[in-house]
Design a protein around this ligand. Sequence first.
Ligand SMILES: Nc1ncnc2c1ncn2[C@@H]1O[C@H](COP(=O)(O)OP(=O)(O)O)[C@@H](O)[C@H]1O
Ligand SMILES: [Mg+2]
Length: 311
Amino acid sequence: MDAAAGIEVTGVRRAFGSVLAVDHIDLQARPGEVTALVGPNGAGKTTLLLMLGTLLAPDNGSIRIAGIDPVAAPREVRATMGWMPDGFGTWDALTVREVLETVGAAYRIAPTAARARAGELLELVHLGDLADRPARVLSRGQKQRLGLARALVHKPSILLLDEPASGLDPRSRIELRDILRQLAASGATLLVSSHILTELQEIADRAVIVARGRSVAMQDLSSASSDQGSRQRVSHWRITSLDPPRLMAALVHHGVATQPLTDAVDVEVAGDVAASELLAVLVGDGIPITAFAPSYGALETAYLAATEDRQ
Ligand SMILES: Nc1ncnc2c1ncn2[C@@H]1O[C@H](COP(=O)(O)OP(=O)(O)O)[C@@H](O)[C@H]1O
Ligand SMILES: [Mg+2]
């Protein structure tokens, strides 16, 4: 096993009878990063994740999870991989704590250790207060968090999460982001799907856009994350001002690459430090700035272009 290898998918295809669910997907997800798999409903995200998760065999192409082929060695892949399905399944009769202990037993973790691990995970996902309630009484957001804890029981180094942010309120989504960022910072490889672009912009380091079963674009989102590596890369920022003409004039004067929008302007700068310097210069010039935030204009454009002819 080679955890540093992350996830590598090349030319994967899978049909169900006459339905070509996944036509041709290439992607890489690296350790230490959250990779988003973004595409509209029916794009093939769940089918791809099922193949990565050893639950479905590809018709064509190659998959490596931590260097291992899930078709040839499914058990090894499952030992190193955590899987959070879209939807919760049939665990409703157990209490929240029992769900995690049962999963621990399935991974052959000794009862005492499984109980301790369940306790840790309940803290991590903020379900400690609900530990002894039946899982069936949880709200959708709480079930999502329990689903995440369940995927983490055996401390996997690779995590596949199918629509984990779906149905979460804003607070739970921020907590999810913090947990996923923490797991990435500890070296895990995370692949997270969503059909809603904005759900993942703040969580992911890069995005792979899928449409009609094909991976169509790969986009760096690093201005959204705060790891050291991203500080040097080109980043896009969206600026709004009470006085747009003066803002434009100042940007042009300072030689900044701009893309004017209806009520804002997108700029391209060489990393986070350059962005903070630009903001200081604009404020120094007396421009009334009302917002200065990472822009995902390029990703939005790519997503819309990739998905415009969907039914
Ligand atoms: N078991 C199946 N049998 C037949 N068609 C399927 C099956 N699973 C998925 N599909 C079809 O494959 C396509 C991709 O589905 P899916 O992978 O669930 O997309 P996503 O998760 O991106 O919404 C859809 O057209 C879906 O109806
Ligand atoms: Mg799906």
